[in-house]
Design a protein around this ligand. Structure first.
Ligand SMILES: Nc1ncnc2c1ncn2[C@@H]1O[C@H](COP(=O)(O)OP(=O)(O)OP(=O)(O)O)[C@@H](O)[C@H]1O
Length: 259
């Protein structure tokens, strides 16, 4: 990891590594992102790039602005600066439009409808998709998360924590995202369930070329499963480097994907 003071970091630390993207252009380009709540400014200029299929973790202390960054990217909090998804500006658009453009957000706490069934929750995720493609979307998600098939008619609230997290991710995948934002996906999960979840996330990311930006408190887990890790402090990304390093067998290169 390389440590840099705010504002003097080499941009390369926050860019998508070569070879992980769809050519020279990153899928996501965030530049100078600022956001907050009323007069309280939380993000003070975030720069970040993400390639298709890349999985990047954002670590950092409580209150640093990680959740706010995800919320700004998905339109839940108003942002200033620039957020380009494949060249299309997302800032200023409604959250539903941003979903339509290919960004899905799994919030902290999962945001499931507990009294509704698993199937109903998944169908809610698909409501913006063309009707003709929803059956295929459902088949794909159940193939990624076979455990959900056995519980399709059960209320979401009756599932275990791990199953609920899979449902939340499955519901997000029903939108066929190009970018998946995950806020603390391991929170409240047993280690076995967490690892299973991350295995599936990695498989989806590399198979479907879904880029993933995840906020994670468990730094060890994040560094093991993602290709890059960034640290947010006081509303800025201040440290970045390759995930996995310095584990044995992994070259300590900033640009080597961790997958
Ligand atoms: N809805 C809100 N209204 C006002 N202030 C908020 C709101 N949500 C968060 N904040 C404040 O914004 C700052 C950043 O919070 P945020 O949740 O983005 O940080 P975080 O890095 O995700 O922290 P944590 O790991 O604790 O979730 C904090 O000072 C927090 O109190």
């Amino acid at each position: 990891m390389t440590v840099n003071g705010p504002g003097d970091h080499p941009r390369s630390l926050f860019e998508a590594p070569p070879g992980t993207g769809n050519g020279p252009a990153a899928l996501l380009r965030v530049h100078g992102l600022r956001a907050g709540y009323g007069p309280a400014r939380v993000l003070h200029g975030v720069d970040l790039e993400l390639a298709a299929g890349e999985m990047v973790a954002v670590l950092g202390p409580n209150g640093a602005g990680k959740t706010t960054m995800l919320r700004a990217l998905s339109g839940l909090v108003r942002g200033r600066g620039s957020v380009l998804l494949d060249g299309t500006e997302l800032l200023g658009r409604a959250p539903e439009e941003i979903v339509r453009l290919g960004v899905a957000h799994v919030p902290e706490g999962r945001g499931l409808f507990a009294p509704l069934t698993v199937e109903e929750n998944l169908r809610i995720g698909a409501h913006l998709r063309p009707a003709a493609e929803r059956a295929e979307d459902m088949r794909r998600v159940l193939a990624w998360f076979p455990v959900l098939r056995a519980h399709l008619s059960q209320p979401a609230g009756s599932l275990s924590g791990g199953e609920q997290q899979m449902l939340a991710v499955g519901r997000a995948l029903m939108t066929r995202p190009r970018l998946l934002l995950l806020d603390e996906p391991s929170r409240g999960l047993a280690p076995v369930a967490t690892r299973r979840m991350f295995d599936v996330l990695r498989a989806v990311g590399s198979h479907d070329r879904v880029a993933m930006l995840l906020v994670e408190q468990d730094a060890r887990l994040a560094l093991e499963f993602t290709s890059r890790a960034l640290v947010m402090e006081s509303g800025r990304l201040t440290v970045g480097g390759p995930a996995g390093w310095p584990q044995a067998g992994r070259r300590p290169s900033l640009f080597r994907p961790g997958r």
